[in-house]
Design a protein around this ligand. Structure first.
Ligand SMILES: *Cc1c(COP(=O)(O)O)cnc(C)c1O
Length: 222
C-alpha cells in the first residue's frame, strides 16, 4: 500500500487500510491488532456484532460495516460501529437516525453512500442519479455524518477495467461537492487496491491479501 501511494505521489497517510475479516475467527483479528492494525471490515451484521462483543476490550479497534445493511439489523450493530460504507436508501437513513438517537445518545455515525456504478440489478447501492436525494437525507439527520462514497466495481479479472469505475466514483464525488464535502472514497479490494489508490481511494478494503483465502464454511467465532 505504501508503495502504491508513493507511485501515485500521494502522502503515506492519504489512504487507510481496512482489514476485511469476514469469515475469519476473532483470533485472526487479535493477531492483526497485535501488530498495529486498527480498522476492520465485516459484511454481515450478526458476525460483526458477535466479533465486536468478543473484542470489546480493544477499545481503539474500529469496526466498518462494508456489506449491505438491512434496516432490521441496524439495532444489532449500531453501538459498535465506527463507519458504515453501504448507505443506499432513504429508508435506511431514517432507520439509522431513529435507532442511533436511542443507542448512541449524541455520537453520530460516519457513513458513505454505496454507489452502484455498473447499474447491476443484482447489486445493492444507489444509482448515480439517486445520490442527490441521499445526500439531502443524510444532511437532514443529526445522527449520521456523510463522509464519502463507496463502490464495488463489476467483477472482472482485469484491474485496469476496475480503474474506469474508480475514476467514475471520483468524478461523482467532484459533482457532489468535491473532497471538502465528501473526503472519503472507499474503493479497492485485494484484486485492485493499487489501481484504486492511483485513482484516489482513501479507504481500501482488503481481505484475502492479508488473511489468505476465506474458510468456505462459516468460521467459528471462538
Ligand atoms: C469481501 C469484501 C472485500 C474484501 O475482498 P478481498 O477480495 O478478499 O480483498 C472488500 N469489500 C467488500 C464490500 C467485500 O464484500
Amino acid at each position: 500500500m505504501r508503495i502504491a501511494l508513493e507511485r501515485s505521489n500521494r502522502a503515506a497517510n492519504a489512504a487507510r487500510l481496512i482489514a476485511v475479516s469476514k469469515g475469519h475467527p476473532v483470533s485472526v483479528i487479535e493477531a492483526a491488532y497485535a501488530v498495529g492494525q486498527r480498522d476492520f471490515g465485516e459484511n454481515y451484521a450478526q458476525e460483526l456484532a458477535q466479533k465486536a462483543a468478543a473484542l470489546s476490550h480493544l477499545s481503539d479497534l474500529h469496526w466498518h460495516m462494508i456489506g449491505h445493511l438491512q434496516t432490521n439489523k441496524v439495532r444489532q450493530i449500531a453501538a459498535s460501529l465506527q463507519c458504515l460504507h453501504t448507505v443506499d436508501s432513504e429508508k435506511l437513513v431514517s432507520e439509522l437516525d431513529k435507532r442511533l438517537r436511542r443507542i448512541r445518545s449524541e455520537v453520530p455515525l460516519r457513513v458513505l453512500l454505496e454507489v452502484n456504478l455498473g447499474e447491476e440489478t443484482q447489486k445493492s447501492g444507489v444509482s448515480p442519479d439517486g445520490i442527490d436525494n441521499l445526500v439531502r437525507a443524510c444532511n437532514a439527520s443529526s445522527m449520521v455524518v456523510l463522509v464519502g462514497l463507496m463502490t464495488i466495481p463489476p467483477q472482472t479479472d482485469d484491474p485496469n477495467e476496475a480503474r474506469h469505475y474508480f475514476r467514475r466514483l471520483l468524478q461523482l464525488r467532484d459533482a457532489h461537492g468535491g473532497a471538502s464535502a465528501l473526503p472519503e472514497l472507499s474503493m479497492g479490494m485485494t484484486q485492485d487496491f493499487e489501481e484504486a489508490i492511483a485513482e484516489g481511494a482513501t479507504l481500501v478494503r482488503v481481505g484475502t491479501a492479508i488473511f489468505g483465502p476465506r474458510p468456505s464454511k462459516p468460521a467459528s467465532l471462538a
